[in-house]
Design a protein around this ligand. Structure first.
Ligand code: HDL
Ligand code: ZN
Length: 412
């Protein structure tokens, strides 16, 4: 295959690859308003609100007191009307609108809003999954989320395209507060003598798992998470969470490096990033060889050591270019490094989508970069005399976009 045929073959294979999106914040249609969608939700995504507020034309308190409609008007004016929308989050809006055949350079925000208002929830979900190529997505399901948890029931897990992940940050990062919530739900996690009752906590997690049938358990951890053996969060991880994962045969996804609310006034956009000890991941993988770990780290500086660590532990799967890493320059750098160090034994991306329509741009942008990296790697192989066939390329691409995730999580 000559280089232009090779590039075409890779692009075609990546373009048609069906996707298992292992981390999102989306909800099935039965959750109605919980599922964010349409242009106002796209524009008021926390990535764009903080980019707007950087220009200081309006203060955060005033901005967040406005309706979503007015917030979107301001964001549109500041980032699109009066400046070129060059940031990744802005470009994402344009890619998404373009995929619907909407041209924001000629259409008003009003007419764009009109378009979305005419899409029913079910039509919208079907349209976005078809356009984005996402076959199956995994949600983020926090048992302590008071808006979401009432939806947990048979209908919540009836749409096979929407899988659940039991998200238990609170148990590890704020255990004392969580113990109080467990007591309110009839669980007694602390004994009369002040000891921790791990069995009760495991029963809580297993009761949750019986309700939503998660494909993995997940927790995001701060850079300063206390990994020492006697730290309460670590003891809960070791004696409650990991045993539940082993009992149910579920992976544990650790998302490490978020500094929560470094600027609280920014709300969801107020989180920062910090370097975390990768050796803690290595120690977990070493001490729990029968547990499957999925790990993504938020700091660019952690990526190389994490990839090298994954080489040492078959029970460690690196996944995604998470959050502040989901930018073309970093997705390319990280994906190149991962292919060079891990071959095809990792999950290159997840969308982290909070708004339904984001699936379209987050995957279109990532697919373009991953295709470019794969082309270069196959071209390097060709220079050694190793020619890949279109079938080889298709097989490899399926692994990266769905098969690795299916094998790890049991998604069919
Ligand atoms: O903790 C997480 O799952 C993060 O992805 C946060 O939800 C973050 O706010 C986000 O939206 N990242 O894209
Ligand atoms: Zn997320």
């Amino acid at each position: 295959m000559n280089s232009s045929d090779l590039r075409l073959a890779v692009q075609k294979a990546v373009e048609k690859a069906k996707i298992v999106d292992v981390h999102t914040h989306l909800y099935p249609p039965c959750c109605d308003k919980l599922l964010l969608r349409g242009v106002d939700d796209l524009l008021t995504y926390h990535y764009l609100t903080v980019e707007t507020l950087r220009y200081g034309e309006i203060g955060p308190e005033k901005f967040f007191s406005l309706s979503k409609h007015l917030q979107a008007d301001i964001i549109w004016d500041v980032l699109f009307e009066r400046r070129s929308p060059v940031s990744e989050a802005c470009r994402g809006i344009l890619t998404t609108l373009n995929s619907y055949g909407l041209d924001p350079t000629s259409e008003s925000l009003g007419s764009i809003r009109q378009y979305f208002s005419e899409l029913s929830l079910d039509e919208h979900v079907d349209l976005v999954l078809e356009k984005s190529g996402v076959d199956t997505l995994v949600m983020t399901n926090n048992p302590f989320d008071e808006e979401e948890e009432p939806h947990w029931g048979p209908e919540f897990i009836s749409d096979n395209r929407f899988k659940t992940a039991l998200r238990i940050d609170d148990m590890l990062n704020s255990p004392q507060a969580t113990f109080k919530k467990l007591e309110q739900r009839g669980y007694k996690p602390v004994t009369d003598t002040g000891g921790l009752d791990y069995c009760v906590m495991r029963k809580f997690l297993l009761d949750c798992a019986n309700r939503i049938e998660p494909v993995y358990l997940a927790a995001s951890l701060p850079p300063g998470f206390d990994w020492s053996e006697d730290a309460i969060g670590y003891r809960v991880l070791k004696n409650v969470v990991l045993p539940c994962c082993e009992e149910r045969g579920l992976p544990i996804a650790l998302m490490i490096g978020v500094k929560k609310l470094i600027n609280p006034v920014m709300g969801l956009g107020g989180d920062g990033v910090g370097c975390s000890p990768v050796e803690a991941v290595a120690k977990l993988c070493l001490e729990n060889p029968s547990v499957k770990f999925m790990v993504t780290m938020l700091a660019r500086e952690n990526q190389h050591e994490l990839a090298v660590t994954a080489r040492k532990f078959p029970n460690l799967t690196v996944f995604g270019c998470w959050w502040f890493l989901n930018n073309p320059s970093l997705v390319e750098e990280i994906t190149r490094m991962r292919v060079e160090l891990l071959g095809l034994s990792f999950i290159p991306q997840h969308s982290d989508a909070r708004v339904l329509d984001q699936l379209i741009y987050k995957w279109k942008h990532s697919k373009g970069i991953i295709a470019e990296v794969l082309y270069d790697k196959y071209a390097d192989l060709a220079k050694t005399g190793w020619q890949v066939s279109a079938e080889d390329i298709g097989r490899d691409v399926e692994m990266l976009f769905s098969e690795n995730a299916k094998e790890l999580t049991g998604i069919k």
